[in-house]
Design a protein around this ligand. Structure first.
Ligand code: G3H
Length: 544
């Protein structure tokens, strides 16, 4: 009780009167009354879902999540209309967008990115209010997404240059290009509501596919200022938005069998359920980024300061709400005391507060049920012999949860197995290096691992053990997705397909070729088509 009181005193004041929020960060409620369908912003006067911020304001009933606005709660009827629009725009590959030249598609994308940049400040503000991302991180999410689009354009130019020549083999001449697949359903998570959806939507779109995109529950309003840009930049029906409950609106879309690619970032359980709804699984390509519980392994040969800094970044950036977050830390017993002492001190030094406040690192959580779930995880560990070893760890006030370092964690506890996706750092002491290796062998996921050691022989052994268990081995640094030109994927239940600026262009397309026997008449025929620019596909034009 006394401990709770002192925690309340130390952490009180995180939530403030609205009048004390600096003018530039205050927000007017935004009530979205339209959605993007078939090239128009269609008015909506039906039911809406209210959007509440993780930021609470003290009111007469105590702390209350601030209302940010509302979005259309569209139904399966509108979802199927959106599907029809995307199917019609694709028109079995004969539509304006899938047959447009690569240069034409690039021009549309450049127009989109120009219009998107005009909305930078409002999107960043909405990211802070809707998901509680700090100002530097929200800014980074927007700018990283713009860079991703520009890099995608450059990667497509390179791809097109490579494909803009004929190849000859065994008396046959061919031109091989990458062609679209059809209708892409893109769904993303709340933690990167802009960036993660765009890392599938943008490459899918620029390759000539048509798009349905389902907005995440948190971070949905951040997309509203961009709908006009989609409408202006792309042909009718090329991009269509979906709102409402995923469990109601996505099933009829998948059951129609008209979706060619499912691009989904979320849980493997949901992804598997969605795939099974498709009547012709062989026609469905899936690009998935799923469960992960990336481990850090800190051996007795580690530079402890480096390990602590990177583990803090890995475990607590955006309050641990990253698929790539370090969600379990193994530390060798010989250095466990020193490591945990430094780790808890580093956690205590992190400033809690509201997203726009200077130097704030820990912010309120958007998911309403998350504080209760985190408490359940901590209680379970404590009941089985662990302790919260940092001051005020786990202290909760409304949507805010102070990070908890939980030690010693073992394989009997939820925190050893479940992806907490929040501000808890479970630390597992180990004797033999085989223990963390066995953790990964038995885990249902296999995204990344971070190894902390300065012993070359030990690192080499661990690299060779882990490269076939996960898809990225980080040495003396946190796990992460970037740089975005590097492949991002996972094994087991962590992913299907590979994303990167370049890989995504491949993932959302299929190779198609035009081939002919090398005869004089065929040479003349192909040369005439190319010279007269009669075909968008068969072309040797070089895009600058
Ligand atoms: O939530 C998963 C994100 O793709 C992680 O990206 O490692 O750059 O934070 P990040």
């Amino acid at each position: 009780m006394e401990q709770q009181k002192s925690a309340a005193a130390a952490l009180s004041g995180i939530f403030k009167e609205e009048s004390s929020i600096p003018e530039e960060y205050r927000i007017e409620e935004i009530h979205q009354k339209q959605y993007l369908l078939n090239g128009a912003l269609v008015p909506w006067d039906g039911a809406v879902s209210k959007i509440y911020s993780p930021v609470c304001i003290p009111g007469k009933n105590g702390l209350e999540r601030k209302l940010v606005g509302s979005v259309p709660d569209t139904t399966p009827k509108q979802a199927l209309e959106a599907l029809d629009a995307a199917v019609t725009a694709y028109n079995n590959g004969l539509g304006e967008w899938p047959t447009m030249s690569v240069e034409g598609r690039i021009k549309c994308m450049q127009k989109f990115v120009y219009l998107m940049i005009q909305q930078r400040s409002i999107v960043i503000k909405l990211l802070m209010w809707e998901i509680g991302k700090t100002l530097p991180d929200a800014t980074k999410e927007f700018d990283r997404t713009v860079d991703y689009i520009n890099d995608t354009i450059d990667a497509l130019k390179d791809l097109d240059r490579e494909s803009s020549r004929f190849q000859e083999a065994e008396g046959t001449i061919a031109q091989i290009r990458r062609a679209p697949l059809g209708v892409v359903l893109s769904m993303g998570p709340f933690n990167y509501p802009l960036n993660e959806i765009f890392t599938t939507l943008i490459p899918a779109l620029i390759m000539g596919n048509t798009i349905l995109f389902k907005l995440p529950k948190h971070g949905v309003l951040a997309h509203y200022p961009l709908l006009e840009a989609f409408k202006e930049a792309f042909p009718k029906g090329t991009v269509n938005t979906l709102y409402g409950k995923g469990s109601e609106i996505i099933a009829p879309i998948m059951e129609s069998g008209k979706v060619n690619v499912l691009a989904f970032i979320g849980s493997s359980k949901v992804a598997n359920g969605l795939k099974k709804l498709h009547p012709k699984v062989n026609r469905l390509r899936a690009i998935l980024s799923l469960d992960a519980k990336n481990a850090a392994i800190v051996t007795k040969h580690a530079n402890i300061d480096v390990a602590v800094n990177e583990c803090i970044l890995g475990a607590l950036s955006f309050n641990g709400q990253r698929c790539t977050a370090l969600k379990l830390i193994f530390v060798q017993k010989e250095i466990a005391q020193e490591f945990t002492t430094k780790l808890t001190a580093a956690v205590t030094a992190l400033k809690p507060g509201l997203p726009w406040e200077k130097d704030v690192k820990i912010t309120p959580l958007p998911e309403a049920n998350k504080p209760a779930y985190l408490k359940e995880c901590i209680d379970d560990a404590v009941a089985k012999g662990a302790k919260v070893i940092n001051e005020n760890g786990g202290y909760t006030e409304a949507s805010f949860v102070q990070p908890a370092v939980v030690y010693p964690v073992n394989d009997q506890m939820k925190l050893y197995h479940e992806e907490q996706f929040g501000p808890i750092i479970p630390v597992v002491p180990f004797e033999s290096i085989e223990e963390p290796v066995n953790y990964q062998v038995n885990a249902s996921h296999g995204m990344q691992v971070s190894i902390f050691s300065e012993d070359a022989e030990e690192v080499a052994h661990l690299i060779d053990s882990f490269v076939n268990l996960v898809s990225r081995v980080n040495i003396n640094c946190q796990a992460q997705r970037g740089p975005d030109v590097f492949p991002f994927t996972g094994r087991k239940d962590s992913a299907e397909g590979t994303l990167s600026v370049f890989d995504a262009l491949r993932s959302f397309s299929i190779r198609s070729l035009v081939a002919a026997k090398i005869t004089e008449s065929n040479k003349t025929l192909l040369n005439t088509i190319v010279k007269k620019h009669d075909s968008n596909f068969l072309s040797t034009d070089y895009i600058f």
